[in-house]
Design a binder for this molecule. Sequence first.
Ligand SMILES: [Zn+2]
Length: 354
Amino acid sequence: MRACAALLLILVVACDAAPGGSSSRSSPAAASPTPSSSIAATATSRPATTPSPTPRPIADVLAQIDPAKLDDHMRALASFQSRHPLHPGHAKAVAYLMEQLSAIPGVVVQDVPTAYNGVRLDNILATIAPPGPRPEGFVDVAGMICAHYDSTANRTPGWRPAIDPAPGADDNATGAAALLEYARVLAADRASLRMPIVLAFFDGEEYFFKGSLAYLQSLPPNPFRWVINIDMVGFNPLADRLDLVYYTTKSASLRDRVREANQRYGIGVSPLVEQLATTDAFILDAAPFGLVGGIPSVALVQRYGENDATFPGNYTFHTVNDTPDKITNKRLWLKAAKLTLATALDLARGGAQL
Ligand SMILES: [Zn+2]
């Protein structure tokens, strides 16, 4: 089942090869040839790696996430009418993501196409790695933060995917906007990374994660150390609540890192409701990585399940009414964006282990 796609490193390119970001529409991003041998080889002949500048405290990096930019990205993505793969707005969304990401120095961008039932899907990958020679303790297997950008309104009666709107402001322009901000913030902070981070904008999630599954199946085993998925995080009039879905007990330590980051950086998601997922009934892009790939994988989402005391239900979900004005809890959105990035940075800087 698993096609053996050579995981050649795009990351070398990520090392400031090109002013501004570089982009390509082709093969998947991936890990480098074993750095240890190369570092070891050069370490003897090359003076010790220049100590990288002291990394900014993670709390300062989190503060770089700009709510106005989040909002601008969300509104731009919702303005294309629909991001359903059958709708003309989908190509506009792909172009927007490629253009925004390619404009950031130090980010390598790829459009990795796949297909589902003859429908083209475009997974957009942005890879960020430390500049220059590999720093001390560098690990060449990346961590991933992912969010789908495709949208649907299939709960609106009579909805026609190729014609009718599916603005998907909450589902999932909120998550895709967060990833665009991570690209900007992480690129500026990439000297602090001890492993590459891949930001994956998946397509076809509304077809039951067909984009993320196809991408996983194109890679050799264990392509990522961990996966954090952010999906639908802008609506809750009652509480700054998030569900933390973790895929199999293999993801328990990653779940714990998320909980710790919420406390350590005073992010203030409350309640943070942990849910164990052992089947694909939890239809989120982390599912293939956790259930099929056996990779520690979690998802942060406003609610996965029945309404309750801290979640009244989101009736715009998968309808033509999921519009920017329905993103009524921007404080929650910012907290979700920070919690995801805090956990990723704790792990990618080597401060936290799984
Ligand atoms: Zn979604």
